[in-house]
Design a binder for this molecule. Structure first.
Ligand code: UDX
Length: 449
């Protein structure tokens, strides 16, 4: 079986390399000629642990190739996976389906043998049936072109593992023959015991957005409690641990902090609200607007904490540690860390940023921040240090290590990964999200009274 993968971004490049790893001949297709030529030379244009090795390995054997030609893909492959982006539409909440529609039409126009198109992109419910019509309109009537929806659940940072050993496989199909094709593509994972859910198009589309909406809600749920513990006292980490022991709740995705970002969760909860409204269900997903607001308010909280620690931001030196939306990624799309850094800069602070992988992407978006190559350079002479992405390098920070560099001993833990007592015992003014914070000045005033 020959496989093409349309779209060679995060999802597509990973899927293509993993399909080659499973032994298939694979052709990656993208309209971006620069990306195609880099990938064809075994160069991955983003950071993902383990993926560069797979890419180089299979490009070298010739099992994995890349092209800009839909004509070549349409004549060659038996199964075409579509993993193009569905970003948020500019100025709207809804998903932009331009790339999906264009990819499906180009495939339909160029397929010259019986084949199956398998959608992997995250799409609003109802899209697959609409794409079926596009295929029927543009395909050669003498060839049969099937369509299935097989959502992708990979997490950045674990993309290879999640693709080769997924938690579950979801096949949205309208006939058994297409299911059989998908079962043979994923034969290895199925043999390893991965559960397979065979369902209709609508359910398959909804599984993906429901999972992301649930995860986003879980994060905002604990972050809403942070607003309470910040006001009255209490320990947000202990609260998460304690409720997490209830197996029905579970501890994962209850880490309070500066909130979620990235290329999926924020846009997916917005697109789901927009789709529900289109269906006349204005109130159904309205709670996701609160989930979004709670998430965005976490960024305000960090900026307010910085202001209360420094008195004013103008002219103050602030070291921002972390700019990627999460560790083990160089992705800065909708990154809470980058957003906070830019807001501090716009308030007149002198912001030095360090991230092990994310600075190049951040610099493309906001070139005016002062990007540093090491943690030490960023922390040098800082009045305040902010930890906003929990890379291991930052989790391992020790007070004495930073004190030798900074000019003030003030730190905000935006991810709840440091031990506040240890920092306070070493003489630091320490604040964390979800913890009540009384600025040192106010504490002194209160003691005088
Ligand atoms: C997510 C889904 O997990 C994945 O299944 C889907 O395919 C794509 O979207 P990803 O965007 O890679 O994956 O990131 P994820 O690991 O889910 O983290 C999302 C954001 O939530 C990050 O900004 C992370 O820092 C934040 N987060 C996560 C928290 O703030 N607290 C937590 O407890 C967990």
């Amino acid at each position: 079986m020959k496989i093409s993968v349309i779209g060679t971004g995060y999802l597509g490049a990973t899927h293509a390399a993993c399909m080659a790893e499973l032994g298939f001949d694979v052709l990656g297709v993208d309209i971006d000629a620069a990306k195609v030529s880099a990938l064809g030379e075994g160069v991955l244009p983003f950071h993902e642990p383990g993926l560069p090795e797979l890419l180089r390995k299979h490009v070298a054997t010739g099992r994995l190739r890349f092209t800009t030609s839909f004509e070549e893909a349409g004549a060659w492959a038996d199964v075409h996976f579509v993993g193009v982006g569905t970003p948020q539409r500019a100025g709207e909440h809804a998903a932009d389906l331009t790339y999906v529609d264009a990819a499906i039409r180009s495939l339909a126009e160029n397929i010259t043998k019986d084949s199956l198109i398998v959608g992997k992109s995250t799409v609003p419910v109802g899209t697959t049936r609409r794409l079926r019509d596009i295929i029927d309109k543009y395909r050669d009537p003498s060839v049969s072109v099937g369509l299935a929806w097989n959502p992708e659940f990979l997490r950045e940072g674990f993309a290879v593992r999640d693709t080769l050993s997924p938690d579950r496989l979801v096949f949205g199909v309208d006939n058994e023959a297409d299911e059989t094709v998908l079962r043979s593509v994923y034969a290895q994972a199925i043999a390893d015991g991965t559960p397979v859910i065979v369902t209709d198009f609508e359910t398959a589309e909804l599984v993906k957005v429901a999972a992301n909406a649930f995860l986003a809600t879980k994060i905002s749920f604990i972050n809403a409690f942070s607003e309470i513990t910040e006001t009255i006292g209490g320990d947000i980490r202990t609260l998460a641990d304690a409720i997490g022991h209830d197996a029905r709740i579970g501890r994962r995705f209850l880490n309070a902090g500066v909130g979620f970002g990235g290329g999926c969760l924020p846009k997916d909860i917005r697109a789901l609200q927009a789709r529900a409204s289109e269906l006349g269900l204005d109130r159904t997903m309205r709670f996701l607007s609160e989930v979004d607001s709670i998430n965005l308010r976490r960024r305000d909280r960090v900026v307010h904490l910085a202001e209360s620690m420094l008195g004013q931001l103008l002219g103050k030196k602030i070291a921002v540690l972390g700019v990627a939306f999460k560790p083990d990624s160089d992705d800065v799309r909708d990154s809470p860390a980058l957003d906070v850094a830019v807001r501090l800069f716009n308030s007149g602070a002198d912001v030095a940023v360090y991230d092990p992988e994310g600075t190049a992407n951040a610099a493309k978006r906001f070139p005016r921040l002062d990007y540093k190559g090491t943690l030490e350079d960023a922390a040098q002479d800082a009045d305040l240090v902010l930890l906003l992405t929990e890379w291991n390098e930052f989790r391992a920070l020790r007070p004495e290590q930073l004190a030798a560099l900074t000019s003030g001993q003030r730190i905000i833990d935006g991810r709840n990964v440091l031990c506040g007592d240890e920092w306070e015992a070493a003489g630091w003014e320490f604040a964390a999200l979800g913890q009540r914070f009384v600025p040192a000045g106010e504490l002194a005033d209160a003691l005088m009274r």
